[in-house]
Design a protein around this ligand. Sequence first.
Ligand code: ZN
Length: 188
Amino acid sequence: MNFKYYAAFINERIARQAKWDSRFLALAEQVALWSKDPSTKCGAVITRPGNFVVSVGYNGFPSGCDDADELYTAKETKYSRVVHAETNAVLSARQSVEGCTIYVTPIPPCDRCASTLIQAGIIRVVHPEIDVSKIERWRAAFDSAMKMYREAGVEVVSVRARSATESGQGAEASGRDGSGEQNASGNA
Ligand SMILES: [Zn+2]
């Protein structure tokens, strides 16, 4: 295989994966809407190689527990009870998630979820590009998560945010620029 052919082959593969990344992030945005939390609605989609959906999750209280609206507005109660979207997606999967990718929106996984994802065998985390300065409360958690991904060799992909209505329009609109956080902790 000559270099030019190989480069074109790789570019095509990257473009194809970028298209699926956009689609699954859009799906995660939809799943996030199912959350009853009035202030933060997060969604997660786990896929296995070949781009097949394994599981979805959103932030909410454990099954069977009272999830009245007022419990979501009582912050201490909410933080105590809530299962984050990413962890819910792992727990809901009816097959191993080893070697799978997780799509998380609108913010990256916190450190507690990151440790769960790593331990469950997730090898790739995809989230929309975010302005961390706008969610200062989570900065330490994100930094801690990134450190763990690097140590464990988990690939992290940050995709420029797009509206859900643009989804499925192809890789050219996925906003990847090959810089910044993309593959920030890849194992390549
Ligand atoms: Zn979390």
